[in-house]
Design a protein around this ligand. Structure first.
Ligand code: ADP
Ligand code: MG
Length: 374
C-alpha cells in the first residue's frame, strides 16, 4: 500500500501540489514555515478524513480560498485506487474513493493506514489513557476485522445504559438486557485488544532490548476493569455507584496500556532522551506487527525528525523502519541530516526522493536519478 501521487489545491500555504512519490523514502526539507507539516497534513487527510494537527477543517483551507482539495493515487497490489477529499468553507465535504462516494473514515484508514511521529507522540507517555487507547486500537482495528463493529455497538449500548442510570428510578427489567449486551461486547473487545497487545508487547520488548539502559521498560495492559472480576458481576456490584455518578465507571472505555519501569510509570523515571526512544519503539512496533499480520506496510509520517532525535538514534530509527515494507515521509530543515540518518544505517533506498519546500512551493530534487536512460 503506497501513495504514488499526491496533489493538493488551496491547502494551507501550499501552492498547487502535484508530485510523484517514492514508494519507500520521501525526504521533505525546507525552512521553518515553508509548508512541510502542511504537506504531511494533506497526506493524513487522505487516511483519516481529517488532519492530525487540527479538527477545524476551515483552518486548512487557504486564506481567501473557498475550499481545498487533496487527491491521492494509492497503489494496492498492482491496482491504483484514487482517493480525493474536497472541503468547502460552508461545511460541505465530498470524499471519494475508487470513483465512488465514501462516507466511512474506517474505509479511508483501511486503504491508507498511517502512523504519525511528531512532538505530539510524547502524549503516549505524558498524556492520559485516551492517547494510549487510540494507540492500541489503531492496531486492533487493522488486525481484528470485527473490532470496529463491536466497538461501535459497545458505545451505543453504553450510551443507553448511561442514560438509564441518570433516570430517577431504574427499572431492573429495563437495565438487564443492556447489561447483558454490554458484558458480551466488553469481553469481546477485551479479547481483541489483549491478543493485539501480546503481539505488540513482544516486538516492543525486542526493540527496546537493543538499548542497555532500557531493559526494565515494559508494557502492561489494563482492560478497563479488574482482571479477576467478571464484567457482568461488576456491573451489578457497582450499580449504586454508577447511578450516583450518572455513568458506567469501568469497562473497555477505560482501558489503558501502561508503560512501566518495573512497577512505576516510565514517564516518571526516564530521561527525555530515553522517552524518545521508548515512544519511537512503541510506534515502530505497531507498524511491525501490522506488517507481520497484514503482509503489507503502512505509511510513516515523521515530522521534524532532527528536532526530536539525536543523530545516533535517527539512524537507528531508519534501520528499524527498513525492517518492514513501509513508505516513509520524513521532514526536517536540512536535507543532509535526514539523508545521513539513512546513509549511516546503510539503508538509503535507490528509489528515495528529495523534495524542497520553499514558501509553499514543492520541488523535487535530482529527478534525473529516477529516469531510465534511453
Ligand atoms: N489556511 C492557511 N492558508 C495560508 N497559509 C496558512 C494556512 N494555515 C497555515 N498557513 C501558513 O502556512 C505556513 C506553513 O506552515 P507549516 O506547514 O507548519 O510549516 P513548516 O512545517 O515547514 O514549518 C505557516 O507560515 C502558516 O502561517
Ligand atoms: Mg513543521
Amino acid at each position: 500500500m503506497t501513495l504514488r501521487r499526491l496533489s493538493a489545491t488551496s491547502f494551507r500555504n501550499l501552492q498547487a501540489v502535484d508530485i510523484e512519490l517514492s514508494p519507500q523514502l520521501n525526504i521533505i526539507y525546507g525552512d521553518n514555515g515553508s509548508g512541510k507539516t502542511s504537506l504531511l497534513e494533506s497526506i493524513s487527510i487522505l487516511s483519516l478524513g481529517r488532519s492530525f494537527r487540527s479538527r477545524k477543517y476551515k483552518h486548512m483551507i487557504q486564506h481567501e480560498a473557498e475550499d481545498y482539495t487533496v487527491f491521492g493515487q494509492v497503489e494496492c497490489g498492482g491496482t491504483a485506487i484514487p482517493v480525493g477529499i474536497n472541503r468547502h468553507r460552508n461545511g460541505q465535504a465530498v470524499i471519494k474513493m475508487g470513483g465512488k462516494n465514501c462516507s466511512s473514515a474506517a474505509q479511508l484508514a483501511e486503504t491508507l493506514p498511517i502512523r504519525i511521529m511528531n512532538g505530539h507522540s510524547f502524549q503516549l507517555l505524558e498524556g492520559g489513557p485516551v492517547e494510549r487507547r487510540k494507540y492500541i486500537d489503531w492496531l486492533v482495528f487493522h488486525v481484528e476485522h470485527e473490532f470496529y463493529q463491536a466497538w461501535r455497538s459497545y458505545e451505543k449500548c453504553l450510551k443507553q445504559r448511561n442514560s438509564l442510570l441518570r433516570r430517577d428510578k431504574i427499572d431492573p427489567l429495563l437495565m438487564a438486557p443492556w447489561d447483558r449486551e454490554i458484558a458480551l461486547l466488553a469481553n469481546r473487545l477485551d479479547h481483541f485488544r489483549h491478543s493485539s497487545f501480546r503481539l505488540l508487547e513482544t516486538v516492543f520488548k525486542q526493540l527496546i532490548s537493543e538499548f542497555e539502559g532500557l531493559k526494565g521498560v515494559r508494557l502492561s495492559y489494563y482492560r478497563g476493569w479488574d482482571k479477576d472480576t467478571d464484567y457482568s458481576d461488576l456491573l451489578l456490584q457497582h450499580l449504586d455507584r454508577d447511578r450516583e455518578l450518572g455513568y458506567t465507571r469501568q469497562g473497555p472505555h477505560r482501558a489503558d496500556i501502561r508503560v512501566l519501569v518495573e512497577k512505576q510509570p516510565a514517564v516518571e523515571l526516564l530521561s527525555r532522551g530515553q522517552q524518545k526512544i521508548v515512544v519511537s519503539a512503541l510506534l515502530i512496533a505497531q507498524g511491525m506487527v501490522f506488517y507481520e499480520t497484514r503482509k503489507r506496510g503502512c505509511l510513516y509520517l515523521i515530522d521534524d525528525l532532527p528536532a526530536e532525535l539525536d543523530a545516533r538514534f535517527r539512524s537507528q530509527l531508519a534501520e528499524w523502519l527498513s525492517r518492514m515494507e513501509t513508505q516513509i515521509f520524513v521532514t526536517g530543515v536540512e536535507k543532509n541530516i535526514l539523508l545521513d540518518a539513512w546513509r549511516t544505517a546503510g539503508k538509503l533506498p535507490d528509489s528515495h526522493r528529495v523534495f524542497h519546500v520553499k514558501h509553499g512551493a514543492i520541488q523535487q530534487e535530482g529527478a534525473e536519478i529516477n529516469t531510465v536512460p534511453l
